[in-house]
Design a protein around this ligand. Structure first.
Ligand code: MG
Length: 451
C-alpha cells in the first residue's frame, strides 16, 4: 500500500459487521486511540443498526485507558468534526461506514482540530493496535462518560450564519438524507436560510429502506420525481454520514459531481479570487477552467479527502491563499468553515449559488458549462503496480505527472492510471471534451494493459 497502513483505508477502517467489523476490534481501536490521545474524546455514529453496539465497544476502550468520553449520539460526521474543533475536545471517533451498504460499519478517527487523522498517526495507532500496547488506567483513574446528544444546534447555526439572512427565500428544495443523520441537520439548515423544504427518506433508519447510503443516480430517482412534482429549484442528497452532498437540478437531472464542484467553486472564487484550489488529480479539467477564470491556480493532491484537507492546511500555514478545495465526488471543503468535507455546508452553498445567479434556473446554469466526457474503468491485475509501470513506459513520449499513480497529460485529453490500494485492480480515468478522443486514449491504454 502507498502509505504503509495495514488496517485503515483512505477514510477510516471499514468491514462487514460480525465478520471483520466486531465490537472486539472496535474496543481495541478505542484502547489504542485512548492510549495516544489522553483527555476528553467525542464519539458519534451514523444510523446503522450496528452503530450502538460498536459505539459501546469504542467507548469502553477509551474509558479503560483513562479518557473521558462525551457521546454525541447520531449526527453527521462533519457535525462531529465541527463540535470537536470548536469545543476543544482532545479527539474524537465516528462509527460509520459512510456510503457502504447497511451490513458494513467502521471507525473514522478525528483529531482535536476536527480533521481526520493523518496517515502517520494512523500508522502509530495501528502499531499500538497490533502490539496490543494499551495504557490501561488503574481503578481510580478510569474515565467517565457523559451524553451530549443535543449539540447539533451549534453546527447548524455555524452554517446558517455563513450566509446573508433569508438568502433562500422564494426557493423550494427537496432533501434526501437517505435515512442517515443529515435528516437531523440539512432540512433545518435550508429552512432557516428561507427555503421551502420537502423531504424524502428523512426518518433515521439503519436498514435504509428508501435507498442505499451511496447516493447514485438510480437511487435518487424518487428524489428527482419529487423535485419535478413540487416544482423545486433543486434536490440534494447525502451519503450515509453526510460529509458528501450530491444534487439533482430543477429538471430532475443528476448533477455529475465535478459539475457540482464547479458550480460551488465559481461562487466561492468569485468572492475569493486569486487563491489556490486544492483537489485530487482525478478531478475534471472543468475545475481548472473555472479556477483560471477567477485568477486561481489548481494545486493537485493524491486521491483522498484527507490529502486535500491536509494540503490546504499546509499551504495556509506557509502563507499561501487557499480559496477552496474538494473532490469530484460531492465532498467539498470550505477553508473558512472547517478542514473536512461537509455535506450540510455544501447543501447550503447550492442555495447561495442559485441566489447568486439571480433567478436563473439551475438547469440553464449547468447547460452553460463546458461539456467534458469522462471514462471510468477498473481492470483486474495480478500485479497492479507493475501494470501501472508498463503504462508509464508505453506513454513515456507524453507528459506524465506522478502525484498518484500516473497521469498522462495531453492538450485535449488526460488519463489517470492508478493501482487500487485494496483490491488487485487498476483504476483508469480518462477525460476529454471530445468523446472520440477519450475512447481512442482508452484503447491505447488497454492495448498496454491487456498486452
Ligand atoms: Mg461519507
Amino acid at each position: 500500500m502507498r502509505n504503509g497502513k495495514r488496517m485503515f483505508g483512505t477514510n477510516g477502517v471499514r468491514g462487514v459487521v460480525g465478520e471483520r467489523m466486531t465490537p472486539a476490534l472496535v474496543l481495541k481501536i478505542g484502547a489504542a486511540l485512548g492510549s495516544m490521545r489522553k483527555g476528553t474524546i467525542a464519539v458519534g455514529r451514523d444510523t446503522r443498526t450496528s452503530g450502538e453496539a460498536l459505539a459501546h465497544a469504542l467507548k469502553a476502550g477509551l474509558l479503560m485507558t483513562g479518557c473521558d468520553v462525551v457521546d454525541m449520539g447520531i449526527l453527521p460526521t462533519p457535525a462531529l468534526q465541527y463540535i470537536i474543533k470548536t469545543n476543544r475536545f482532545d479527539g474524537g471517533a465516528m462509527i460509520t461506514a459512510s456510503h457502504n451498504p447497511p451490513e458494513y460499519n467502521g471507525v473514522k478517527v478525528i483529531e482535536a482540530d476536527g480533521t481526520e487523522m493523518s496517515d502517520d498517526e494512523i500508522i502509530r495507532l495501528e502499531d499500538r493496535f497490533f502490539a496490543a500496547e494499551f495504557d490501561a488506567a488503574s481503578w481510580d483513574s478510569v474515565g467517565t462518560e457523559t451524553a451530549a446528544p443535543d449539540r447539533l444546534e451549534e453546527y447548524i447555526r455555524a452554517i446558517v450564519n455563513h450566509f446573508p439572512a433569508g438568502i433562500g427565500e422564494g426557493m423550494t428544495v427537496v432533501v434526501d438524507p437517505g435515512s442517515g443523520p443529515a435528516a437531523l441537520t440539512t432540512p433545518i439548515i435550508l429552512s432557516r436560510m428561507g427555503c421551502r423544504v420537502h423531504t424524502i427518506n428523512a426518518r433515521l433508519d439503519g436498514t435504509f429502506p428508501g435507498r442505499m447510503p451511496e447516493p447514485t443516480p438510480n437511487g435518487l430517482k424518487p428524489l428527482s420525481e419529487m423535485v419535478l412534482a413540487t416544482g423545486a429549484d433543486f434536490g440534494v442528497a447525502h451519503d450515509g454520514d453526510a460529509d458528501r452532498a450530491v444534487f439533482v437540478d430543477n429538471k430532475g437531472r443528476y448533477i455529475e459531481e465535478n459539475y457540482e464542484f464547479g458550480l460551488v467553486e465559481d461562487y466561492v472564487c468569485d468572492r475569493n479570487p486569486d487563491g489556490l484550489i486544492v483537489t485530487p488529480v482525478a478531478t475534471s479539467r472543468l475545475i481548472r477552467d473555472i479556477a483560471e477564470k477567477h485568477g486561481c491556480t489548481v494545486d493537485y493532491t493524491p486521491v483522498g479527502s484527507i490529502y486535500v484537507a491536509r494540503r490546504m492546511i499546509e499551504l495556509i500555514g506557509k502563507g499561501d491563499k487557499v480559496s477552496f478545495g474538494g473532490e469530484g465526488n460531492g465532498g467539498l471543503i470550505y477553508p473558512d468553515h472547517q478542514f473536512c468535507r461537509d455535506g450540510g455546508m455544501t447543501a447550503a452553498m447550492m442555495v447561495a449559488v442559485l441566489a447568486g445567479h439571480g433567478g436563473r434556473r439551475l438547469s440553464d446554469i449547468l447547460d452553460g458549462l463546458p461539456a467534458y466526457h469522462l471514462v471510468k474503468e477498473k481492470h483486474h491485475a495480478r500485479d497492479p503496480a507493475a501494470l501501472v509501470r508498463a503504462v508509464e513506459e508505453a506513454f513515456s513520449g507524453d507528459t506524465i505527472e506522478k502525484i498518484d499513480g500516473i497521469k498522462i497529460v495531453r492538450d485535449d485529453v488526460w488519463a489517470l492510471v492508478r493501482a487500487s490500494g485494496t483490491e488487485p485492480m487498476i483504476r483508469i480515468m480518462i477525460e476529454s471534451k471530445d468523446p472520440d478522443v477519450a475512447e481512442t486514449m482508452y484503447r491505447e491504454i488497454m492495448q498496454v494493459v491487456t498486452g
